[in-house]
Design a protein. Structure first.
Length: 419
């Protein structure tokens, strides 16, 4: 039987790869069309209904692009719909959320020091919060606020900050940032699925049946598309944040996320203005830099998530108890601290390391039991750790780690093996 931990890790990697690829395609398309829209020029003798045009050069050829604010007089034979980038990004992100934060919920999702929840309750909150956020946002957009875009954006910001605070009251710091990113991405994809695409289909059907399309559908779609454009950069930050404890493992991670949303606005405002007028407002660079300084300052607050006290107090899960009692565990507890604890300790003593990387501690037997799967994959199956083998871990020691993990894995029930 093939190693389950390896298969599961490769599954997570494959889904993450797909997620990043489709996110690049979606974000690239979003940035391109916003820049194109803002750069359109009105010229004489344009076709009936055309708003503006632009000439572009790329890949050894010239492109002549025209935009119709409502629709052309006749339906073109060939029409490309930009939708699958958004849908595939969300679906792959949802799958990754389930793989990492639902299946591995006892380690990555639930923080018992914040809320005494069963894993199923945490998963239910995780799933429900994504849809509830969209319903609130959609209601705001369809209210009279749709005619007041600036006020609507401010209320959207307040909603995002409130969600960040709420997530941090329940989930781990890592899950807080990831869920806030998923919450935002859900709004963005729902905009495409429920608003932008249906409105475009109405216009296409009107053309096909000889009716004059109503311009309001284009205006509504443009509002949602603009929101997506300003939310893009913060979502990327939140996607990457789980690799950086200074972002997620602090008391003020939800405030850091709020400031990142503001940075997304200042950065996109500069580029959107530049595409529209040829020059962006330089004050946005200073504002972005000051916001980033605030983010760095907040990240120096005492770590809450996975703190030394919390990690020592938390009881071992069922799977961790199996690893702690498996044959060979004593040998592993002799190997790992000597090879890894110079960095992965409560007070690292390796030059340049001030906090344990990713807050993973490998000093005590309980630490090692909690990190069993990562130790197995990083130092047993592969030689990723220690980096460049700076502590000279020997092959026989790696074999000992593999034997211990396999002995424990054979004793794990299927439902527990993925914790």
């Amino acid at each position: 039987m093939y190693d389950f931990a390896i298969m599961w890790d490769w599954l997570a990697f494959a889904v993450r790869w797909l997620h990043v690829i489709t996110a690049m395609a979606w974000i690239g398309a979003s940035f391109y069309f916003i820049a194109l829209d803002l750069g359109l020029k009105k010229v004489p003798n344009m076709p009936v209904g055309a708003y503006g045009e632009e000439w572009q050069v790329h890949g050894g050829g010239f492109y002549h692009i025209q935009k119709y604010l409502v629709a052309p007089e006749n339906m073109p034979d060939h029409l490309i719909w930009h939708k699958w980038q958004s849908y595939t990004t969300w679906l792959s992100g949802a799958a990754l959320l389930m793989i990492v934060y639902w299946v591995g919920g006892e380690l990555y999702l639930i923080d018992a020091s914040k809320a005494d929840l069963a894993l199923w309750q945490g998963i239910l909150i995780s799933a429900a919060s994504l849809s509830i956020g969209w319903l609130v946002y959609d209601y705001l957009c369809k209210s009279g606020l749709g005619e007041k875009p600036t006020l609507l954006m401010l209320l959207l910001f307040v909603l995002l900050v409130a969600m960040g605070w709420g997530y941090n009251e329940i989930f781990t710091g890592r899950a807080t940032m990831l869920h806030l990113g998923a919450f935002t991405a859900t709004i963005m994809t729902a905009n495409v699925f429920f608003i932008i695409m249906p409105n475009q289909r109405i216009v296409v059907k009107d053309l096909q049946e000889g009716r004059t399309p109503d311009a309001k559908y284009g205006r509504i779609a443009k509002l949602r598309s603009t929101h997506n454009n300003y939310l893009t950069l913060p979502v990327i930050f939140l996607m990457l944040s789980n690799h950086y404890p200074l972002a997620f493992a602090t008391e003020y991670n939800w405030i850091i996320a709020a400031l990142v949303f503001l940075m997304g606005v200042t950065i996109r405002h500069y580029f959107n203005t530049m595409h529209a007028t040829g020059a962006g407002p330089n004050w946005t660079w200073l504002a972005t830099a000051l916001l980033f300084v605030c983010v760095m300052w907040l990240s120096t607050a005492p770590l809450m998530q996975d703190s030394v006290e919390d990690s020592e107090a938390r009881a071992l899960t069922r799977s961790e108890q199996v690893f702690a009692s498996a044959a060979g565990f004593e040998d592993v507890t002799d190997i790992v601290p000597g090879r890894c604890s110079m960095c992965h300790s409560r007070e690292p003593f390796y030059d340049g390391i001030h906090r344990a990387p990713k807050n993973i501690l490998l000093e005590t037997p309980a630490d090692i039991a909690r990190a069993a799967r990562m130790i197995y994959l990083q130092a047993g199956v592969s030689d990723a750790m220690p980096p460049a083998n700076v502590s000279f871990m020997e092959e026989e020691e790696r074999k000992t780690i593999r034997r211990w993990y396999k002995a424990a894995e054979n004793d794990l029930p299927f439902g527990v093996a993925m914790e």
